[in-house]
Ligand binder design. Structure first.
Ligand SMILES: [Cu+2]
Length: 153
């Protein structure tokens, strides 16, 4: 009898672990852009909007790209009037809601750039979500703007 109960439990677990795929959270990426860099820049940042079309909260948990040695999720914040930034574990995307990565807030950080980001070019960026899995977006490289400098700490 014990074996049968165990088997039923195992089947239920199997069904549960399949459900994230069956009911995949649908994430839409909008306006992905990065600022053009000077020829020998070591780092760059990208910004984008995330829309969660599902009824389940999701979270951006990792970012991947081929343009840099390291690609991380960062957040810029003001501390005693000084702009700082650091790595964050993830960004929540509420059910039916949005998350914005924009200058002065969350951004995707490329460290150890392998190539110059030239205005008008595009590169792929893979976003990894806790529930929706991997979503690849094309990032458009825009004119270097007048936004403030990034300071590493
Ligand atoms: Cu950063």
């Amino acid at each position: 009898m014990k074996t049968r109960v165990f088997l039923v439990a195992a089947l239920m677990l199997a069904a549960l672990s399949l459900s994230p795929k069956t009911f995949a959270a649908d994430i839409t990426v909008s306006d992905a852009w990065a600022r053009a860099t000077p020829p020998k820049a070591k780092s760059a940042a990208a910004y984008l909007g995330l829309k969660n079309n599902s009824g389940e909260a999701d979270q951006l948990i990792a970012v991947k790209s081929a343009i840099a040695k390291k690609t991380q999720i960062h957040r810029t914040s003001m501390e005693n009037g000084i702009m700082k930034m650091g790595r964050v574990e993830g960004i929540d995307v509420p059910a039916g809601g949005m998350a914005m990565l924009k200058p002065g807030g969350h951004h995707v950080m490329f460290m150890g750039l392998k190539q110059q980001l030239k205005e008008g070019s595009h590169f792929p960026l893979t976003l990894v979500f806790a529930k929706a899995g991997e979503v690849t977006a094309m990032v458009k490289v825009m004119k270097p703007g007048g936004m403030g400098h990034h300071h590493h700490h």
